[in-house]
Design a protein around this ligand. Structure first.
Ligand SMILES: Nc1ncnc2c1ncn2[C@@H]1O[C@H](COP(=O)(O)OP(=O)(O)OP(=O)(O)O)[C@@H](O)[C@H]1O
Length: 291
């Protein structure tokens, strides 16, 4: 089991070529134990290719990749049991029933870990009412919840989630976010997530890596990336009935000074950062302009 702060995902100079086309150029990033890392980027940027190389499903053309201390191209069954994978779409096992499949998959992990109890897991992903249904009768969102359950059944140390909430309704999305936070908090799972939902990335991710045209164009927390493009936060407050605003690169320090000087007369304090969506669109636009 990895310890907090240990690097569990290490990608260095990763290249991928399909035929004569390079789709990943020198991709480098890391994730530490217990982190949620979001890999963002436009369609075709190379996110799924990167994830599939880390999962050991695809052979890279060049570069160094280490996942839980192992090169994925040499990962054995014990290594694979420490990973959880939620692919973009699963459309198999149509005749299986939900509980039956999860209980069965759990047995694969039993040698290496204590898998989730099937009913507990079904409850955690909100499928209790559908536990006895055949998979082919599930709706798109229910099927996606099951995909997440399949990904975590072996209590993985590292969980890959490729667009996990596509087709989720807002409530399912909210519950899924709570589930991921719970996994990270309780079991110290590291999560690598791809999503086109920037609100989701902002809510879940400790760090964000943006890929564009197969290159890393940004790597940092949502706040760090926002500051990189906008430079300053806007602080707003009300004092003696008057609305005030001030732009600063150090909103925490500014707020502290404000309270030191004016104490309780400062009301309705708000700090506004550029949203991740604004930041993302600006960074991708800048990268495309120089491509
Ligand atoms: N098996 C393949 N053979 C040839 N080219 C491929 C193959 N798989 C992916 N590509 C190409 O590699 C590039 C990166 O694709 P990838 O699926 O990794 O992107 P992505 O960032 O996951 O996109 P999306 O957001 O649409 O899922 C794309 O240009 C795609 O057309």
């Amino acid at each position: 089991m990895a310890t907090r702060k240990e690097v569990v995902l290490d990608v260095d100079g990763l290249r991928m070529r399909y035929g004569a086309t390079d789709v990943l150029h020198d991709v480098t990033f890391q994730a530490r134990h217990g982190e949620v890392l979001a890999l963002l980027g436009p369609n075709g940027a190379g996110k799924t290719t990167t994830i599939e190389i880390m999962e050991g499903f695809r052979m890279r053309s060049a570069g160094r990749v280490s996942v839980l201390g192992t090169d994925p191209s040499h990962g054995d069954e014990r290594w694979r049991a420490r990973l959880g994978v939620v692919l973009q779409s699963w459309r198999d096992h149509g005749k299986w029933r939900v509980r039956e499949l999860l209980a069965h998959l759990g047995t694969y992990y039993a040698t290496y870990a204590t898998p989730w109890d099937a009913d507990e897991l079904i409850r955690a992903v909100g499928l209790t009412e559908h536990a006895d249904k055949k998979l082919r009768t599930l709706s798109g969102g229910q099927r996606r919840r099951l995909d997440v359950a399949i990904g975590i059944v072996g209590r993985p140390e590292l969980l890959f989630l490729d667009e996990p909430t596509a087709a989720f309704d807002p409530q399912a999305r909210h519950e899924f976010h709570d589930l991921v936070r719970g996994l990270v908090a309780r079991q110290e799972t590291t999560v690598l997530l791809t999503t086109h939902d920037l609100d989701e990335a902002e809510k879940l991710a400790d760090r964000i890596v943006i890929l564009n045209g197969g290159r890393v164009i940004a790597d940092g927390s949502a706040g760090e990336l926002a500051r990189r493009i906008a430079g300053e936060d806007e602080v707003r407050w009300v004092r003696d009935g008057q609305r005030c605003t001030h732009k600063t690169p150090d909103s925490t320090g500014f707020a502290r000074d404000l309270f030191d000087r004016y104490g309780d007369t400062v009301r309705e304090l708000e700090v506004h950062r550029a949203s991740l969506e604004q930041t993302y669109l600006t960074l991708v636009h800048q990268a495309e302009a120089i491509r």
